[in-house]
Write a protein that binds this ligand. Sequence first.
Ligand SMILES: [Zn+2]
Length: 293
Amino acid sequence: MVNSPKFVFKVPKGEKKRCRSSNVNIVKGWTLKEGGLGFRDILTWNTAAIGKYVWAVATKQDSIWIKWVSSVYVKDGEWWEYQPNNSASWYWRKICETKEVLKQYYTIAEFSSMSCYSVKDVYQKLIGPKPLVHWDHMVWNRLNTPKHKFICWMAVQDRLQTAARLARIGVCSSPNCLLCDQQEEVHDHLFFACPYSKRCVEEIKSWVGFHTTHSGLQILISRIGNSHQTKFRRQVWYAALAATVYSVWRSRNGSLWDKCIPTVHSTVTRIKQIVRDRIRSVMPRKVGERSRK
Ligand SMILES: [Zn+2]
């Protein structure tokens, strides 16, 4: 049974313009595995939702509304080729506009062959596949605290407002690292080529038993992902790495705002405490003896 059309909501023109900005496009409609925040693209979802009425007309569903639009609008014409005239109501013209969008992705045969309509499946078709990222398990690891997840999500995409970036747009006078003042503060330096952050990550690697000579953030993520360890141990390593990224960024911000950089020892102690507390609070009940060591 198909009820009368209900539209989700109309996005104001100003908001549409804002959504087109490059920053939001990275996020819009991208799943966690694709590097986004898992938000749906609401305009595309709306199109997919309205598509249910296009499908209902195409498959001649048994409802009074279908009988009514068939007799008043479509009549004996071919639905896939049908064009509304200007006197048609607003909602009917909206459904016909949606049909034109769907025609770019489906033939009438494909569309009519759906035994039931799934808004989710049509949305996926409209959004299309996107390349997957290799860092989603690290960033969205359940042992990470939410603020660590967000800073890591920014850091792995080189999207934090580092001194080098702020200097380029004239917000900051010097592009140099706020922790060591030796090199430009870019992501690769901060995570973890900087002497300060390198010492932090080396101590944390040693603490969790992750033996590798590499120290770059991207390569550490790959190494953990490819290690032949239990899932729980990989989660702990990811959590320790995420806490290190967050704490280095926090120390760097302390230098900017409070003119005070915590010692490596205090930062490492804090990271260990955070990771321990987090594991205790969300530790899975069934963790093998090998992982607990
Ligand atoms: Zn530095």
